[in-house]
Design a protein around this ligand. Structure first.
Ligand code: BES
Ligand code: ZN
Length: 483
């Protein structure tokens, strides 16, 4: 009896101090107004709605209560972390200006992409998913989260060191609002290096608000996305990819607690006036829940032009026969992943997702989010890897070398047995240059006839550009591949 009273007193005091502790754990955030109001009805003491505008509210609340949104709505507990009351309120009133007009999408890199898609390997994707799941948890405050980031850094470093790519750099990024680091890999552009083409995904995991984050495998959410972008990297490097725009691949810290890592990074890019021409997020790519393969999210955070570009890419590369992807659209209903951080800072962003929202992996944010519950295969994620490659290669090209005003006269151009064959329908003479992907001149010939060939036997396998100029100064350039 006495023991019971003691126990009761202990429990009572501890719950009082727990409540005090909870108050200390209140944070500022933004959330959809409907969700905030729902939470307020359920837990009036744990949330304050500071102000609302256009369907979004600035709130001061205890994040554990957001868990109840998870079951009620088809999706998670979405809120975006804010540093202070001022920021939470101001962000409602910030008019986000699109930083740049959407770039002019063209699809011209079939030669390179057809080769690269063949190299996508489900076993490589599997290896990365299992490696990350093997850390048991990547919850942002746990040591394992940074261990996983450092291990991923090693994997990325090995890819670039083995290929002797000194032009590619990898950096860890420290954050203000989480001890976890993010990782950024940069291919500096050989042409317009101030224009950025970026893909990313979050590297952290969670099992919701249970408190015990010691086992949060996060295989689909989001080891799958990190494995997808890691395979994009491996295949691009294997194919000696040199972009004209700068290409970056990012693995973020602390997405699960309100997009913390990506928010700090996107804000830094804006403050440095960086011109990000397109951002594509890979978050959950390996659970095939719907009939269609790739589901493009169409929330307000998702750029319509970018979505239609991704659709065009799938159509184009379906035609090559190298894949047959079907696609669909759906909505998260809120800024459900790191692409929202880029959109909130005025950049074109989107999220190609594994399934319709309502068909997505039911095991996320639980101990059952494992490779096994995705059927122990990476075939679904491989589709997203291919889309990622198509996006990067097509979006990161800029220079159409010259104006191609000679094209109308060009009646044939092809490479066979290391010989470039061409024919122009006139009697001009031509100068011909062969340059590599970074623009280095390897062969220069003058006074060539309108119908002829160029010996390429001294060149290694890879991708080159042939530039022709006639006596009137008109030019045309064509990508060629030496096998
Ligand atoms: N991968 C999820 C987002 C997601 C889940 C998208 C299910 C589509 C279907 C992401 O890691 C996540 O959990 N996001 C949070 C929101 C974020 C702002 C903290 C969520 O959905 O609750
Ligand atoms: Zn999540």
């Amino acid at each position: 009896m006495k023991f019971n009273t003691l126990l009761f007193t202990l429990l009572a005091t501890s719950s009082v101090s727990l409540f005090a502790q909870e108050k200390n754990d209140f944070i500022y955030a933004n959330m959809e107004t409907v969700n905030a109001k729902f939470l307020q009805q359920e837990n009036p003491n744990s949330i304050q709605i500071l102000s609302s505008k256009d369907g979004i509210s600035a709130i001061y609340f205890h994040p554990t209560i957001a868990e109840s949104l998870h079951g009620k709505f088809a999706h998670g507990h979405g809120y975006i972390f804010q540093n202070s009351k001022e920021e939470a309120v101001q962000s409602l009133h910030k008019t986000v200006l699109q930083k740049k007009a959407p770039f002019n999408y063209t699809i011209t890199e079939q030669t390179f992409i057809n080769e690269a898609l063949n190299d996508v390997d489900v076993k490589e994707i599997e290896k990365t998913i299992l490696m990350l799941e093997g850390f048991k948890t990547r919850y942002h405050t746990r040591q394992e989260a940074n261990d996983a980031i450092l291990k991923l850094k090693e994997v990325w470093e090995k890819i670039i060191v083995d290929a002797n790519r000194q032009d590619i750099i990898i950096k860890t990024i420290d954050h203000v609002n989480t001890p976890m680091k993010s990782l950024i890999l940069t291919f500096t552009g050989s042409g317009n290096k101030d224009e950025y083409v970026i893909i990313g995904g979050h590297a952290d995991s969670t099992i919701g608000w249970s408190g015990d984050q010691s086992f949060a495998p996060g295989a689909d959410d989001n080891a799958s996305g990190i494995a997808t972008i890691t395979e994009v990297l491996r295949v691009l490097v294997k194919n000696k990819f040199v972009p004209q725009r700068t290409v970056e691949i990012m693995a973020y810290a602390a997405e699960e607690i309100g997009l913390v890592g990506s928010k700090e990074i996107a804000e830094k890019y804006v403050s440095q006036n960086k011109n990000v021409i397109g951002y594509v997020q890979f978050d959950m790519t390996n659970y095939k829940g719907s009939a269609k393969d790739v589901v493009l999210m169409t929330d307000s955070y998702c750029d319509t032009n970018l979505n239609s570009f991704l659709m065009q890419l799938m159509d184009e590369y379906n035609k090559t026969g190298l894949h047959q992807f079907t696609y669909d659209t759906s909505k998260c209903g809120y800024g459900c992943s790191d692409h929202a951080s880029w959109a909130n800072n005025g950049y074109a962003a989107t999220l190609p997702f594994e399934a319709k929202m309502s068909d997505s992996n039911p095991y996320i944010h639980s101990k059952n989010d494992t490779y096994a519950t995705m059927g122990s295969t990476s075939t679904h994620a491989a589709k997203f890897t291919k889309l990622g490659i198509e996006y990067i290669v097509e979006a990161a090209k800029t220079t159409v070398l010259g104006t191609n005003d000679l094209d109308e006269n060009l009646s044939k151009i092809y490479v066979e047995n290391k010989l470039l064959n061409y024919r122009f329908n006139n009697n001009s003479s031509y100068s011909i240059q062969i340059v590599d992907a970074s623009g280095r001149e390897l062969i220069t010939l003058t006074n060539k006839s309108a119908n002829g060939s160029v010996d390429l036997s001294n060149l290694n396998k890879g991708f080159y550009v042939a530039i022709f100029k006639d006596t009137a100064g008109k030019t045309t350039s064509h990508k060629i591949i030496i096998k």
